[in-house]
Design a protein around this ligand. Structure first.
Ligand code: GDP
Ligand code: MG
Length: 181
């Protein structure tokens, strides 16, 4: 049986790569202030408690070259298709934007299991914005700071609670899932 797949999806600059790196505890993914520095989808695996899963970081947007919304949609839809669980990353520093609603609509159509991850909870603007995210219409929310590493136990517990009986054992196929686009 293949490993469960967890995809990080969200508009640029919300902190997907920062959260990805915290989850895999390596600087695999590139983090930068400019939206769109994660060129390709990046895969890694995470072991937590009795579980092992693949995570996918998405990005790859260069707003100057490609129509912004089309690129967001393409990246997100590939990752969503592959995913068992989607982490919908939103930014408590900036609050909801129209691109968050684009991602929300795609996720609603997909019928995948979604956890809304409210990132940048450390920022002073977070308190003003945090309740807005409940309007997105999902049931599950976890507050994290990717930068400070807070909320990750709650996040990992929420992720594995979606796997039901898919506990990891040595007999399972644990090869890294990899694709080149
Ligand atoms: P991505 O485009 O969604 O992958 O976002 P990145 O992970 O590249 O992060 C975009 C920016 O947000 C960078 O400047 C990060 O340092 C910053 N950032 C990420 N997580 C946090 C956080 O928890 N708190 C704060 N204050 N900034 C963060
Ligand atoms: Mg990124």
């Amino acid at each position: 049986m293949s490993l469960p797949v967890v995809a990080l999806v969200g508009r640029p600059n919300v902190g997907k790569s920062t959260i990805f790196n915290k989850l895999v505890k390596q600087k695999l993914s590139i983090i930068e202030d400019t939206p769109g520095v994660t060129r390709d989808r990046i895969y890694s695996d995470v072991v937590y408690k009795d579980y092992k899963f693949n995570i996918i970081d998405t990005g790859g947007i260069d707003a100057e070259k490609i129509a912004f919304n089309d690129e967001i949609k393409m990246q997100a839809s590939i990752a969503i298709d592959e995913a068992d669980v989607v982490l919908f990353i939103v930014d408590a520093k900036e609050g909801i934007t129209s691109n968050d609603y684009i991602v929300r609509d795609m996720l609603k159509k997909s019928n995948k299991q979604v956890i809304v991850v409210i990132n940048k909870i450390d920022s002073k603007q977070a308190k003003e914005h945090i309740y807005d995210f409940y309007e997105l219409g999902f049931d599950e929310f976890v507050e994290v700071s990717g930068e400070q590493g807070s909320g990750f136990i709650e996040l990992c517990d929420a992720i594995i609670s979606k796997f039901e009986n898919r506990k990891y054992t040595e007999k399972e196929d644990n090869r890294l899932k990899f694709s080149v686009i």
